[in-house]
Design a protein. Structure first.
Length: 251
């Protein structure tokens, strides 16, 4: 019991210390809008990882002609303004209109009844009855069991998410087959709250439109987040103490 008390005390102390940083940070920014994140090179982030992708077989380089107006790899006679190399920027149009409606009903019912009669067991019926704590045992109904089960469940989920925005993304990696890895992040401060939109994934150069724009539905392995932080976001979130209790509570 003493060991359990020590574990609980240690857990409570750890939780308190972990929450102190957040509390002090909030106290430091009272009556101030939350600060925006610093602009950094995506490749220098601690969580940055170069992406690997299945590649087709390498094709031999075609012969180029110095006096030809058409250069190998060009997509037009004139300069192409679309993103084509690491460091280029393109615009991502994020349009999400997801609607989920789920209605499930479950009903289960079961009734069971078993009766065993032992009128004579090698002449030992009277001796068996002698050990049964009943006033007038009946050998024809020596064992009887009855059981019933009734389960009813109803679940309904209705949700709709709508996001329409545009984010400028940076080409962070060129894959051997010509596809590009992009990553973009946008922060907007509104009424002391910061709204953050980030996009990451793999795109094909041919999907980029002439105005250097690509739709979010054309991004492979897309990772799109829309979050916020600030006073309004803190109001909508449960207190960290309640979150800790919910996390460790077995009930």
């Amino acid at each position: 019991m003493a060991q359990i008390s020590k574990i609980v005390s240690l857990l409570a102390l750890t939780t308190l210390l972990s929450g102190c940083d957040g509390i002090l940070d909030k106290l430091d920014h009272i009556n101030k809008p939350p600060p925006m994140a610093d602009i950094k090179n995506p490749q220098e982030k601690s969580d940055y990882k170069a992406m690997t992708w299945p590649m087709p077989e390498t094709q031999p380089a075609t012969k180029q002609y110095a006096n030809s107006l058409w250069q190998h790899g060009a997509r037009a006679f004139f300069r192409d303004g679309r993103a084509a190399r690491v460091g280029d920027i393109l615009k991502v149009t994020v349009k999400i209109n997801d609607k989920l409606q789920f209605n499930n009903q479950t009903e289960g019912k079961r009734t069971s009844q078993d009766t065993a009669a032992i009128p004579s067991v090698l002449g030992l019926t009277n001796k068996i009855i002698h050990f049964i704590p009943a006033a007038t045992p009946n050998p024809a109904n020596l064992l009887s069991t009855t059981g019933s089960m009734d389960i009813k469940g109803t679940g309904t989920i209705s949700r709709q998410d709508v996001i329409t925005t545009q984010v400028a993304a940076l080409v962070t990696q060129m894959l051997p087959n010509g596809n590009m890895v992009i990553e973009g992040k946008q922060e907007i401060t509104m009424n002391r709250d910061v709204r953050e939109v980030s996009v990451k994934g793999v795109i094909r150069p041919q999907d980029i439109t002439s105005d250097n724009t690509i739709d979010s539905t054309q991004i492979a392995e897309a990772r799109i987040t829309y979050t916020g932080r600030g006073q309004m976001n803190d109001t909508q979130q449960p207190r960290w103490g309640g979150q800790v209790v919910d996390a460790i509570s077995p009930f």
